[in-house]
Design a protein around this ligand. Structure first.
Ligand SMILES: [Fe+2]
Length: 305
């Protein structure tokens, strides 16, 4: 435990950027230097299906209409483009994702690490290629705010990603509805749940996108969300075999760092994400693509003539 505490402290204090660092150009330069050193000193990562963990989970919701039964949501998160996931890898991954027959795509933040200028065009081109029947929806993570939130929102716009930062989009199928909601990054205090709640049509099933998983402690208190989908933790970049959790837990991912949790009446799903932040290494923790298949617990009305 002592060793883990030391490693955690090293990560948190030396490598993970803190809010105040945004005002410190020197601190930013150091982190960009670390990113470049890792990127250029290690061989490029090549995409193949074997390099990712395609996690498929079924989530049953009590009030989900039958028109949304078997509805497939694919989540991508924490791309951190340019650090471990290079533009060519992302492009190939997106070609693969496009073959998976998905209804809707969600993106839960941290598209970059500490360098946006070399990768912004690549991200835009890749996101433009992503396709799903009912569209693509995104929120921002802490790194996106530290880099350039306006530029990322512009990339969303240019690539037809609907920005769900503190916003709601209600999907309709026949007479059934499903709220897809999003909050902006909690780490940088950009979250505004009150705004989301004010916009939400009530008494219909609701899914919340929140970059930081521990936001579930707050969102679950409202009793309004059935499921929250998050990233941010990268699964600690190390999963203990057999236990399927991680000892390495950064700020805002200490309670719900990886996988599925019940938080009050809400389910919380935390993806291991795709990229890396500080160390360019993942041990027993492959980049994750998540497919959530919604199931209804509603009884179907059968008309007997
Ligand atoms: Fe993050």
């Amino acid at each position: 435990m002592f060793v883990i505490k030391i490693i955690n402290s090293f990560r948190n204090n030396l490598y993970l950027m803190k809010d105040e660092d945004i005002e410190r150009p020197h601190a930013m330069k150091v982190r960009q230097g670390i990113q470049d050193a890792m990127t250029y000193s290690l061989p490029d990562k090549q995409f193949s299906e074997k390099t990712i963990d395609l996690v498929e989970i079924d989530i049953a919701l009590d009030n989900l209409g039958w028109n949304f039964n078997n509805y497939k949501i694919l989540n991508l998160t924490d791309i951190h483009l340019g650090q471990w996931i290079n533009p060519k890898y992302l492009d190939s991954l997106i070609d693969y994702v496009n073959t998976l027959n998905i209804d809707l795509i969600t993106l839960t933040g941290d598209y970059f690490s500490y360098n946006i200028y070399d990768y912004e065009e690549c991200l835009e081109n890749s996101l433009k290629k992503l396709t799903a029947e009912d569209g693509k929806f995104g929120i921002l993570g802490n790194h996106d705010h530290w880099m350039n939130a306006d530029r990322i929102r512009e990339i969303f716009k240019n690539s037809d990603v609907i920005d769900l930062s503190n916003d709601v989009y209600t999907l309709k199928k026949g007479e059934d509805c499903l709220n897809l909601c999003g909050v902006d990054s909690y780490t940088v205090c950009a979250d505004n749940l009150d705004k989301v709640i004010a916009k939400m049509p009530k008494n219909i099933p609701s899914i919340l996108l929140a970059h930081e998983p521990d936001f579930a402690s707050e969102s679950s208190q409202t009793g309004l969300f059935d499921l929250q989908i998050s990233g941010h933790s990268h699964g600690g970049q190390f999963i203990i075999p057999g236990v399927e959790t991680t000892p390495f837990r950064g700020p805002n991912s200490t309670k719900y760092p990886v996988g599925l949790y019940q938080v009050r009446d809400m389910l919380q799903y935390t993806s291991k994400g795709l990229g890396t932040n500080s160390f360019r290494v993942r041990i027993n923790c492959k980049p994750e693509v998540t497919i959530i298949t919604l199931k209804t617990n509603k009884k179907r009305k059968i008309t007997i003539e």
